[in-house]
Ligand binder design. Structure first.
Ligand SMILES: [Zn+2]
Length: 271
């Protein structure tokens, strides 16, 4: 978690921090791909320095979903890997393009991270296949649909029994429901069922506590969190009621600021 310039009116005890986030290297003997480029120059520099330790040829950077905190770092990251390009499924690239345009007028991202983001973002290119070769193995892109945003994708690595989930799964971090009303939360729970059916042994979440284990248990835990939020939200009450009710059940999670954002959005939707 790190501070950022937050324009919102904060709740009592709320601190404006950005969620801990993950980027993943999937590699064979010689080649590797990166999943998600994250947000700031610092994020991209750290990913590059870390990935270079493995000595693989990075052939591409693939983006899980359109939220800018998962791809705005692409411009900087590709400078570290000039032979690679950024790719995403059509629905992800479309949302990323929309977010880049939205930021031009709203300054949504550049006002929150002044001086830390590229002047000209590099939007991921449209990927017209769901099979990504890495050395002799294939990584499957799966269009899972609803996560914390519509049109989310995940990356399944059958040869490693691993799945990289972006923001379809969270690991010990409060889950973002700014764009997920109750019906979308139900669809999100179904998306997690689809991930669970892959029976992966390693499940990497888009937002995870530093050092948290990438266990399959994060699937059911994410579903439980979404269901608990819906149960509490249906009781009515204030933003504070919803936040405090969730903290009683899930107080061990990092990034309570995200819970405040989700609760404010839910109360606005209810009004
Ligand atoms: Zn995210």
């Amino acid at each position: 978690m790190r501070p950022y310039v937050c324009p919102d009116q904060l709740g009592e005890g709320e601190v404006a921090t950005w969620a801990p986030s993950s980027s993943t290297l999937i590699s064979g003997p010689a080649e590797g791909i990166l999943i998600d480029a994250l947000l700031t120059f610092e994020n991209a520099d750290q990913i590059a320095a870390w990935a270079k330790n493995f000595g693989k040829k990075i052939t591409g950077v693939y983006i899980t979903h359109g939220h800018s905190d998962h791809w705005l770092g692409l411009a900087r990251l590709l400078q570290h890997f000039p032979e690679a390009r950024g790719y995403a499924a059509p629905e992800v690239a479309a949302r990323a393009t929309w977010e880049a345009e939205f930021n031009k007028t709203s300054k949504y991202w550049t006002s929150r991270f002044p001086g830390e983001l590229p002047e000209t973002p590099v939007v991921p290119e449209v990927l017209n296949t769901d099979e990504i070769p890495v050395d002799s193995q294939v990584v499957n892109l799966i269009h899972v649909g609803q996560g914390d945003i519509e049109g989310s994708t995940i990356f399944h690595v059958p040869s490693a029994a691993a799945v990289v989930c972006g923001d379809v799964v969270y690991n010990n971090v409060h889950m973002m429901m700014y764009e997920a009303n109750e019906a979308k939360r139900e669809a999100w729970i179904a998306s997690i069922d689809a991930v669970a059916a892959l029976n992966a042994k390693t499940v990497v979440a888009g937002h995870k506590s530093v050092g948290a284990a990438d266990l399959p248990e994060n699937l059911a835990a994410s579903q439980r969190y979404l269901r608990d939020f819906s149960t509490l939200a249906k009781k009515g009450g204030t933003v504070e009621d919803l936040v405090h009710g969730m903290l009683e059940l899930h107080g061990e999670r990092d990034q309570p600021h995200t819970l405040w954002i989700s609760a404010r959005a839910e109360v606005v939707r209810r009004a």
